[in-house]
Design a protein around this ligand. Structure first.
Ligand SMILES: *Cc1c(COP(=O)(O)O)cnc(C)c1O
Length: 467
């Protein structure tokens, strides 16, 4: 054990203390990634944390030992381990252990992932992982994509590309405020990113599958002026709330006929493209102009890692390439190669696809297929248990790995108390949601399975807390 306190270090000093600190951190990391039942974690108020942690930022530093100790004893416990096997809320995550280890390598390697000239080796590895993702979609030859910080940025990058393409095709569109159609089951980021681009959104009002005919009917209600403003349709490949996949085939048909950009947001559901048992549900996705998939959701990457794929990457390049004299050398023939920054919003970027690449290279894609199938299987198992349990019933059949169910007799308040009780006990984090049918909203419970470490016993134990 060493003590950093009291000694002033130069920021980049290398000595025995640094080596010991590195070992301490490695020890923590190894412990964490080999733990199948990490602490669940429970938030504390800012005042409580301030009391427990004190002020850590001082002119002379508190020392690495002390800071790591505060992390282990207080701060990490006040943060939820998203990979806990009974964390079934939101869309959880379960990064593979190989991917987490390689996330450390990605940091240690210090690679700038914007331009080939700087990051060729890392970018090449990312590209191999991306080729696999593209192959899952069945999109035509020439389709390609980049890793982004998440689904939100991937959706934004796609919307900007769609809008710029629309405006390039007809200069008059530059004076028009764009219009996007999506379903009310679409993720909140679609609305938020439309706002960022100053586009308007019109919803097909359904939490169920948006059908091609629904889209067509909505388009037919538009005034001539609004029809001119319409430039894109966003379908969802696995809604976040219920795992519902829109009628991608029918929607593709309408988009082709109406000459509209067809974006599929498969941030959550995209991982299921690898699962043979449900792949047919995504038929039509291969006709998309762009697709969002979040490897940090159902493809077992650590945060943060999203992806956007384009049928015609040149259109993205025209929309996103940044210009500046200090950047010219990166675009020179001599440094030619794939520059990820040309295809999405971010300039400086870590090679965030590297952890996925390493894990895929190590395990092979079959292991990924099986791990995704397990999530779907867990949803089916949970559904059976819910049906057999006299206190609970399904709201609808599971969608991908999402299960919506009700505890007979419970009101919204009961679900909320149940969530907090289980969370506070360090036992499970399962949250309520709302299910909309017609005009009525009902509070219900929701499971989302991602983690292959979740067991049948975990499901039984959670259902038992509803008795
Ligand atoms: C999670 C999610 C997003 C947002 O992705 P982030 O990675 O959180 O930015 C977008 N769309 C869908 C369908 C999602 O499930």
């Amino acid at each position: 054990m060493n003590d950093f306190a009291g000694k002033t270090y130069a920021l980049h000093e290398i000595d025995i203390h640094l080596v010991e600190m590195t070992l301490d951190i490695m020890k923590y990391v190894i412990g964490r990634i080999t733990e199948k039942n990490p602490q669940l974690g429970y938030f504390r108020s800012e005042e409580e944390l301030r009391e427990m942690v004190g002020n850590t930022i001082t002119p002379h530093g508190i020392g690495g030992e002390k800071a790591l100790e505060l992390w282990k004893d207080v701060l990490s416990k006040a943060s939820v381990s998203i990979d806990h096997p009974r964390h079934l809320a939101f869309v959880p995550a379960a990064p593979s252990r190989a991917a987490v280890m390689f996330d450390l390598v990605t940091s240690a390697a210090s690679i700038h992932g914007a331009y080939w000239m700087e990051g060729a080796g890392g970018i090449f590895a990312e590209m191999q992982a991306m080729e696999w993702l593209v192959s899952l979609t069945g999109m035509p030859e020439g389709s390609f994509g980049v890793f982004t910080s998440g689904g939100t940025l991937a959706n934004l990058s796609a919307i900007v590309t769609a809008r710029e393409t629309w405006r390039r095709d007809n200069e008059e569109n530059c004076a028009r405020k764009g219009l996007i159609i999506t379903s009310s089951g679409a993720h909140s980021s679609i609305k938020a990113m439309a706002q960022v681009t100053d586009a308007e959104i019109i919803f097909v009002e359904t939490e169920n599958r948006m059908m091609g005919a629904d889209l067509e009917a909505k388009i037919n209600t538009l005034s001539a002026e609004d029809r001119q403003r319409l430039f894109a349709v966003v379908a969802t490949g696995g809604t976040t709330n219920a795992g519902i996949i829109d009628d991608l085939e029918g929607i593709a048909e309408v988009c082709e006929k109406e000459k509209l950009w067809f974006h599929v947001d498969a941030a959550y559901g995209g991982g299921a493209l690898a699962a043979d048992s449900v792949r047919y549900l995504f038929n039509g996705i291969e006709r998309a102009d762009s697709i969002t998939i979040d490897p940090h959701k159902w493809l077992f990457s650590p945060y943060d890692c999203g992806a956007v794929i384009y049928k015609n990457p040149q259109l993205a390049k025209k929309a996103h390439t940044q210009e500046g004299s200090y950047l010219d050398i990166f675009k020179d023939e001599g440094a030619n190669g794939f520059n990820p920054s040309d295809y999405q919003i971010q300039l400086t970027r870590r090679v965030r696809g590297l952890p996925l690449w390493f894990s895929l290279a190590m395990h092979g894609t079959d292991v990924y297929k099986n791990a995704v199938e397990r999530g779907i299987e867990l949803a089916q198992i949970a559904a059976l248990k819910i049906i057999r349990n006299r206190n609970t019933e399904l709201v609808r059949e599971p969608g991908l790995s999402c299960v919506l169910f009700r505890r007979i007799g419970w009101k919204a308040e009961d679900y909320k108390n149940w969530t907090y009780t289980n969370h506070k006990a360090g036992f499970a984090l399962v949250t309520p949601t709302q299910w909309r049918s017609g005009d009525s909203f009902e509070t219900v419970a929701r499971f989302c399975f991602i983690n292959p470490d979740t067991s049948e016993h975990d499901i039984d134990a959670i259902l038992a807390t509803m008795d």
